[in-house]
Each structure stands twice: as structure tokens, then as C-alpha cells.
Design a protein around this ligand. Structure first.
Ligand code: IPE
Length: 245
């Protein structure tokens, strides 16, 4: 029963201070993961990746050909990855780092290729691969950002994951009254609550997240740190997005 867990950058870092870990939050996440197996962890950038990406004008679509941009953004993400892996290792989780820059790319149309051989084989050998948002080679653009959410969507399909969880800063997708929406089966039903005018709005944020999760066969849950242990125990927490329909 393979699970893919994304730890949002805003959960494990202090968003407003460049390259600042939220140590207590990462400890809580690592405590919840301790003792689990058949798990792939993906983490976002938070104040590590996004700070440097903004400084160099790099996004998922806007690239840079400056090698220093690659080194700064990837370097910050590798630093955060070391923190995540080491806090997991402190709890005897068989965590090992996997860096997308070395394997993934986008072609000139932006289509992503993320080889899954290494994470799949590592998983099969009993490790917990820990991937991260990164920069990747992009045809005609230099490099662009690869988000953790994109990694989750690719790996869920490639590994035929049974469960996907996104641990975020909010307890789920919230309706207009601020209540967690328990289930989402189609974008139109929640477009208003997400502040998106139509289904083609992929401006990012929660609307973009929900749209990409709806494209997956595997159901995905969005929850916060309070729900993480329960999610990993197999319980239904936060918002569950059912795609593949
Ligand atoms: C961003 O990954 C990675 C970089 C900026 C290099 P995400 O977009 O998944 O990060 P969070 O979870 O939103 O912080």
C-alpha cells in the first residue's frame, strides 16, 4: 500500500524569513512519519526555494539561463532536503534524498518528464525516498521551477500509489463559511469557494492544487499537521479530492 506524502513548504519553514526552518513543525511531521513504511515523501520550498526563485525571476513557466540561479535555488532546496532527511533519520525512518534536477526535464512545450525508476527501486528496497521541489532543465528557457505538487502527481501515476496526502498550512479546502469541504469530485462545485472564475483558472494557490489533484486516478487528501498522523493511519481527514472521473 504505497503512500505519497507531500509536506508543504509553508508547513516546515517560516514563510517570511529566508531559509528559515520551522523546526518544531518539522519535528511534529517527522514524529508522525516515524515507524511507517512504503512511503514516498515530497517536500515543497517554503522560504528556502521560493525566496531564491523570486530573486532570480524563476517560476514554473518563467526560466533563467543563469547558472547561479540554478545553484542558488537547487542549493537552498538541497539544504532543506538535508534537514528533512536528517529529522526523519533521527527517528529511524529509512529516509534517503532524491534530487529531481539530476533526472527530470521539461521539453519546449513545458511537458514534464520525471523518471520514476530511482524512487520506485528505492521504495522496493525498503527506503523512504525524500524528493523536493527543484529547478529542472526546460527546453528554450534554461531552467524552471518544478513544484512538489507536480512531483506528487507524476509519482502517484508512475508508482500506482494507493494514497496521496498533502500536508498544508490549512486543514483542507475551505468553503465560504471557512468550513472544511470533505469531498471534491468536480472543480465547478468548488470554483466559487476557491475564488476561481472558471475551470481554466490555473493561477496556482488552492485552485491550481485542486485542479491538478482532480487529474489523478489516486484520491488525494489535503489536511494540516493536526491531521497527519490520522491520515497515515488510514483515516479520512481534511478534504478528499477524487479525480479520475
Ligand atoms: C517549490 O515547490 C520549489 C521551489 C521554489 C524550487 P512547491 O511549490 O511545491 O513549494 P511549497 O510547498 O508551495 O512551498
Amino acid at each position: 500500500m504505497t503512500t505519497i506524502l507531500k509536506l508543504g513548504g509553508s508547513v516546515i519553514t517560516e514563510k517570511d524569513r529566508p531559509e528559515t526552518l520551522d523546526g518544531p513543525a518539522l519535528d511534529r511531521a517527522a514524529d508522525a512519519v516515524a515507524g511507517r513504511s512504503d512511503l514516498v515523501v515530497v517536500h515543497g520550498g517554503g522560504s528556502f526555494g521560493h525566496h531564491h526563485a523570486a530573486e532570480h525571476g524563476v517560476s514554473t513557466t518563467e526560466g533563467s539561463t543563469d547558472p547561479d540561479a540554478v545553484i542558488a535555488i537547487h542549493g537552498a532546496m538541497a539544504t532543506l532536503n538535508r534537514f528533512v532527511v536528517s529529522r526523519l533519520r533521527d527517528r529511524d525512518v529509512p529516509a534517503v534524498p532524491v534530487h529531481p534536477l539530476s533526472a527530470a526535464d521539461r521539453d519546449g512545450s513545458g511537458a514534464l518528464t520525471l523518471p520514476s525508476g530511482a524512487p520506485e527501486r528505492l521504495l522496493g528496497e525498503g527506503y523512504v525516498p525524500v524528493l523536493h521541489g527543484d529547478v529542472v532543465a526546460h527546453g528554450g528557457e534554461g531552467v524552471t521551477v518544478l513544484s512538489g505538487d507536480e512531483i506528487v502527481v507524476e509519482l502517484a501515476a508512475a508508482l500506482e500509489a494507493d494514497r496521496v496526502g498533502l500536508c498544508s498550512a490549512v486543514p483542507g479546502v475551505l468553503d465560504d463559511d471557512g468550513e472544511v469541504i470533505e469531498e471534491i469530485r468536480e472543480f465547478e462545485a468548488v470554483a466559487d469557494a476557491l475564488g476561481a472564475s472558471d475551470a481554466t483558472d490555473v493561477s496556482g494557490g488552492m485552485a491550481g492544487k485542486v485542479q491538478s489533484l482532480l487529474s489523478m486516478e489516486t484520491p488525494a487528501s489535503i489536511f494540516d499537521l493536526d491531521g497527519l498522523a490520522a491520515f497515515l493511519d488510514g483515516e479520512r481527514v481534511g478534504t478528499t479530492v477524487h479525480g479520475g472521473t
